[in-house]
Design a protein around this ligand. Structure first.
Ligand code: SAH
Ligand code: CA
Length: 214
């Protein structure tokens, strides 16, 4: 499902700070060599992540779902002095490529890239976090949220990607839904009902939930 007229999207991209050569290279190589290149954040969302980071000025960001490093590099670019990004992914086949991109970004010293199952790694991270980007397996979105919420500083923001799930969240109450769609529906409902956060669901790309810990 297209959420926005393609011509409007092009206009938006034409009026957003340009992608640099490294981000264009990551996009090119992801499309050429990696499965499911649709998962890349892309120009508009990447710039938005960078700007959010600059506005938030976090000490510590946690990213769940590195993939080929696009979104991680965008957030790392927004970090101030002393800030760091911890980014997790279960797919070790991408490691060499991703470490190469992090080196090329000149920000490798700010990026702590860990391979493994995020459900197992997060409990070992002490926090606190000022910003979290949830973008891994949809089935675990609510679990990730429960693992991080008590480790968020007050005022910390949680961003969760793909919460409109290509529009599949629009289902009738008694319609059967697949597991991933149900997980996203449950996540969105949980955030909406959680008094610990204030939130807005932004209809950007595939939907980004932004929740700020009170
Ligand atoms: N944030 C990236 C895209 C992430 S795609 C960007 O915007 O460019 C989702 C990633 O989550 C994939 O690379 C996948 O390997 C990873 N993933 C899936 N399940 C995971 C798990 N249980 N733990 C850690 N990473 C996981
Ligand atoms: Ca995503």
């Amino acid at each position: 499902m297209e959420f926005i007229d393609p011509a409007l999207l092009i206009y938006c991209e034409d009026h957003s700070s340009k992608e640099d050569s490294l981000l264009r290279k990551i996009t090119r190589e992801t499309q050429a060599k990696v499965m499911m290149p649709r998962m890349l954040s892309g120009h508009l969302q990447g710039k938005l992540l960078e700007l959010f980071t600059k506005m938030q000025n976090p000490k510590t960001i946690l990213e769940i779902g590195t993939y080929t490093g696009y979104s991680g590099i965008c957030m790392a670019r927004g970090l101030g002095k002393g800030g760091k990004l911890i980014t997790l992914d279960i797919n070790d086949e991408l490691e060499t490529m991703v470490r190469g991109f992090f080196e090329e970004s000149g920000l490798a010293d700010k990026i702590d890239y860990r391979l493994g199952n995020a459900m197992e790694i997060i409990p070992t991270l002490p926090g606190p976090f000022d910003m979290v980007f949830i973008d891994a397996d949809k089935i675990n979105y609510s679990n990730y949220y429960e693992l991080i919420i008590d480790k968020m500083n007050p005022g910390g923001i949680i961003l969760a990607d793909n919460v409109l799930w290509s529009g599949k969240i629009l289902v009738d109450k008694n319609q059967a839904v697949d597991k991933n769609t149900q997980a996203i529906l449950d996540f969105n409902t949980m955030i909406q009902n959680d008094p610990r956060v204030e939130n807005a669901l932004l209809p950007i790309r595939d939907g980004v939930m932004i929740a700020r810990k009170i």
